[in-house]
Design a protein. Structure first.
Length: 172
């Protein structure tokens, strides 16, 4: 899909692409999870009900718009929005480059709130030694151990292999 196509907004009866009705929903609800839901709608596309359009507006995929909603929620403390911001920035969006350092910063904020998926993903970034982040096996091991202790199955499965690798490599 072309970047231009991704930026197309939903077609609503108001003729403005449906965005103003969605924004109104967030303002009315003032709920941090509204940002998450709007971010997901723009990230994946779909239908939503709005006060102005009871039949629902079709939301086209618009990754930059999705990221902006996730950032708004993240800035209000929504850990799920923090994770979504980090994931989008880490993978790159459409024709935009990956922004690993920004992604790591959002993952770290989510880690501070105990998000085990963020712990796992940040550990993977630290193990990969790419995107401008230096490899740090000790920090990665610590994150995986914390995530595993909190019940993250992926981290628990990967931790023994990493510890074995670190023993073979010797002190860093």
């Amino acid at each position: 899909m072309q970047a231009k196509d991704r930026r197309n907004r939903a077609v609503g009866e108001a003729g403005d692409g449906g965005g103003s009705e969605l924004t109104h929903c967030v303002e009315l609800r003032s709920a941090k999870h509204a940002h998450l839901q709007l971010g997901k709608l723009y990230a994946y596309g779909g239908k939503t009900l709005t006060p102005a359009d009871r039949d629902g507006a079709t939301i086209a995929v618009d990754e930059p718009e999705a990221l902006s909603w996730f950032v708004r929620g993240a800035e209000q403390g929504d850990v799920d929005c923090m994770f979504c911001c980090a994931s989008m920035l880490n993978s790159g969006m459409g024709d935009r480059p990956r922004r690993a350092k920004e992604a790591a910063a959002w993952y770290r904020k989510a880690v501070e709130q105990g998000d085990t998926k963020a712990m796992y993903n940040l550990a993977q970034m630290l193990l990969a030694d790419d995107g401008g982040l230096a490899a740090d096996f000790n920090a990665a091991e610590s994150l995986l151990a914390q995530a595993a202790e909190l019940g993250n199955a992926e981290a628990a499965a990967e931790l023994p292999g990493l510890r074995d690798f670190m023993l073979r490599m010797g002190p860093q």
